[in-house]
Design a protein around this ligand. Structure first.
Ligand code: NAD
Length: 494
């Protein structure tokens, strides 16, 4: 792999780049097992070419599994203390390189630099958490049901794990999977999104410096269907962990059936954000802004629809629209509130969902169009009121900065409408009434329920959804499950 360091600058890749990205020490031009193809990585804010990355192909994808398979026994048998040490070193290197990693992320993904820095902290926290989990007991006793026999459950790593990640959290989605798999004793092959390969390459460069043995982590860039198709067909790949759209998740679920892989699927969401009359309205508005507009709205946890009780509906709409209109936009490097969307397809989706909602009777309170003064991928933060349940945005993922608000009258009504979705990732509830909160928490069919706040995820909690939002959990002790099998051992001393 060729790395662009301050000592060995490659002018063809860094020429024309702004100094704040050119001077980072972690820009790489290829992943593991590169082929001849080149992938252009562009800054979504300006359209500028950030880097050309060498692409791999089916042969490279197979070679990565060969290497991971060869490395597996050694890694699985290594003392957990030693594995933990390497993971801790990876964490420390990430924290030391936080500014460079954040700049690379903002350059290719577009998110405001403060959010990028926050994501590096979040990403590194999984590595630290699982370094510690690697040391927990992996043998559990069982109370015997047979005379003279003793019984144990051994947790053993499954083998090679394939990790497939999206562009909206280019570092955290990798470490949330990789740290758990590596701590469990699996070796990993990683395929990041074509939109954000540089963050993945920077993490893999730091992993090499941390001392992971050859083959334990490989990052393979290229055509997704080709590379991941090789991995789903390969019997040596025993686990597959995917974060991305429900559509691709279902495809990989089907493709993994023939080899019966362990699966984790973290898919789409369609979060309801529900405000009751007893809520602290200013706090609800402040949390609504975070829940909707963080990562420019491109977050699977993003609030996708707002249900507000009639008693506070007008007041909420007025305050929410004013706070939204005050948000700043710009290049992520200048740390605005909102950056660009990832590509033209994302912009088209915003336009289509706004037009559809207005055609069905919604009122535009603010935003509603591209802001040309910044560039073609900047969509103004938008609030729509009186949006009917039949509008597309009330059932389809928005994944952008458009907030549809609607009114409700009764608890029963809002529960039925909130649950009327195939998604089940997260739901937000604002109320000061403990009994109401208890009833709502029980009734909402979501993997996560957040009451009176927005940011609730972290390494110690099991992240994941119900229904078509996915299978399995990431983070916490539960995050190790897909990467381990249970071996039941019975020893008869009679
Ligand atoms: P995506 O499904 O298009 O891509 C995700 C990954 O799958 C990428 O690495 C991509 O290269 C790969 N991929 C695409 N087509 C493939 C194919 N035919 N075969 C194999 N692999 C393929 O999703 P995206 O646009 O990158 O991300 C946005 C989606 O991710 C949203 O739906 C969002 O809700 C979801 N998401 C979910 C979570 C979660 O934890 N639940 C977190 C972040 C994003």
């Amino acid at each position: 792999m060729v790395s662009l360091t301050k000592e060995t600058p490659m002018t063809d890749m860094t020429a024309g780049l702004a100094p704040w990205i050119r001077d980072t020490s972690l820009l790489c031009e290829s992943g593991d097992f590169p082929g001849d193809g080149r992938l252009a990585v562009r800054d979504p804010a300006s359209g500028a070419l950030v880097a050309q990355v060498a692409m791999s192909d089916a042969i490279g994808a197979r070679a990565a599994v060969d290497a991971a398979h060869r490395a597996f026994e050694g890694w699985a048998q290594m003392l957990p203390q030693k594995r933990a040490q390497i993971l801790h070193r990876w964490h420390d290197l990430m924290m030391a390189a936080k500014e460079d990693l954040a700049r690379i992320m903002t350059a290719e993904q577009g998110k405001p630099i403060a959010e990028a820095r926050g994501e590096i902290d979040y990403a590194a926290s999984f590595v630290q958490f699982y370094a510690e989990e690697a040391l927990r007991p992996n043998i559990e006793g069982v109370t015997s049901h047979l005379p003279d026999a003793e019984m144990e459950l051994w947790r053993e790593p499954v083998g090679v794990a394939a990790l497939i990640t999206p562009w909206n959290f280019p570092c955290a989605m990798i470490t949330r999977k990789a740290a758990a798999a590596l701590a469990a004793g699996c070796t990993v092959v990683i395929h990041p999104s074509a939109e954000t390969p540089l963050s993945a390459l920077a993490l893999s460069q730091l992993a090499r410096r941390a001392g992971f043995p050859d083959g334990v982590i490989s990052t393979v860039i290229g055509d997704a269907a080709t590379i991941v198709g090789e991995w789903t067909a390969d019997v040596r790949v025993r686990a597959l962990s995917f974060t991305g759209s429900t559509e691709v998740g279902k495809l990989l679920y089907r493709q993994s059936a023939d080899t019966v892989k362990r699966l984790v699927l973290e898919l789409g969401g369609h979060a309801p954000f529900i405000v009751f009359p007893s809520a602290d309205l200013d706090r609800a508005v402040a949390e609504a802004i975070k829940a909707k507009f963080a990562t420019s709205g491109q977050d699977c946890l993003g609030a996708n629809r707002f249900y507000v009780h009639r008693d506070v509906y007008d007041a909420f709409c007025t305050k929410f629209a004013a706070a939204t209109a005050a948000l700043t936009m710009g290049h992520g490097h200048d740390n605005p509130d909102i950056g660009p969307l990832i590509n033209e397809r994302a912009i088209e989706k915003q336009r289509a969902q706004v037009a559809d909602a207005i055609a069905k009777g919604a009122r535009l309170l603010t935003g509603g169009a591209v802001d040309d003064s910044h560039g073609p991928l900047f969509f103004k933060p938008t609030v729509l009121a009186d949006v009917p349940d039949t509008a597309d945005i009330m059932s389809q993922e928005n994944f952008g900065p458009v907030a549809p608000v609607t009114v409700f009258d009764t608890e029963e009504d809002v529960i039925a409408r909130a649950n009327a979705t195939e998604y089940g990732l997260v739901a937000y509830v604002h109320s000061q009434d403990p009994r109401r909160i208890y009833r709502m928490t029980r009734a909402l069919q979501f993997g996560m329920v957040a009451v009176n706040r927005t940011k609730v995820t972290g390494a110690p909690i099991p992240f994941g959804g119900t229904k078509q939002s996915g299978l399995g959990r990431e983070g916490a002790r539960q995050g190790l499950e897909a990467f381990t099998d249970i071996k039941y051992v019975c020893r008869d001393w009679g």
